[in-house]
Design a protein around this ligand. Structure first.
Ligand code: TMP
Length: 237
């Protein structure tokens, strides 16, 4: 399938249409952003690593019964995906306290959350992606009761699969953000799963292996992302 015109440029990915309206091509760029796009930097090779990690995770999820938009990898940094009607909600799952949760309720980082916490945020840069709830979704028409129930169920199911997957390779899945969309009226996993949208800590020393390295102005982000990829068994030719 051919890449046609650009239809959306996000902070780290660009989306193109194809000659078929039901399919899109996503290009993972080397850009990384923090502070709602206020801080942006480029890291050589990041797009390629995230494309591979995302493809690996999405296909693993698919093999475990989670439908995703992924069709096939078409180059080092590009994938062909189904064209979903995206739901403008970020679903966040937390197994341990970190990030905005720590600030919101003033608790220590790293506390085990049992049961894990499910949160929803509105995808809206203008208002800084605020936390929302089911009532907001229904009132403003972002998603109906059934959509929310399904997204919550799928997010927990994805957590069960990925928690074990990462635990088996010595990584703690601290939290992650995923997005869903509709394809033929069915809720399907879209967007991406990579160290840009998850917190991953090395079990042995609690070292951060994710975008927090960039958020916290540390070094070694590419090496950390590569370590995650290598532990997942992903090879780079
Ligand atoms: P938070 O602690 O900043 O709310 O983030 C929780 C998780 O969700 C963390 O892994 C980062 C991810 N996330 C994104 O990828 N994009 C976002 O816009 C938000 C709010 C969170």
């Amino acid at each position: 399938m051919q890449k046609k015109s650009e239809i959306y440029r996000g902070k780290s990915k660009t989306v193109y249409c194809t000659e078929k309206k039901d399919f899109l091509i996503i290009n993972f760029r080397d850009d990384i952003s923090a502070n709602n796009g206020m801080t942006i930097q480029k890291f050589d090779g990041k797009g390629k690593i995230n494309n591979k990690i995302n493809y690996f995770i999405m296909t693993t999820l698919q093999n475990n019964g989670i439908k995703s938009h992924i069709e096939k990898q078409i180059s080092d940094s590009e994938i062909l995906v189904k064209n979903l009607k995206m739901i403008p909600i970020e679903c966040v799952l937390r197994n341990r306290s970190a990030g905005s949760l720590v600030k919101r309720i003033n608790i220590k980082e790293g506390i085990i959350l049992n049961p894990p916490i499910f949160e929803m945020f509105l995808k809206s840069d203008i208002v800084n992606d605020p936390m929302i709830n089911e009532s907001y979704c229904e009132t403003f028409g972002w998603a109906n009761k059934h959509h929310i129930m399904t997204m919550k169920y799928l997010t927990h199911k994805i957590n069960n699969i990925l928690n074990k997957l990462f635990h088996d390779i010595g990584i703690i899945l601290v939290d992650f953000k995923i997005e869903f969309g509709l394809f033929n009226n069915e809720i399907i996993l879209g967007d991406e799963f990579s160290p840009d949208v998850a917190r991953l800590w090395d079990i042995t020393n609690m070292r951060k292996l994710d975008k927090d390295i960039f958020r916290q102005n540390s070094t070694g982000i590419i090496q950390a992302y590569e370590l995650v990829a290598n532990r997942l068994g992903i090879t780079f030719s």
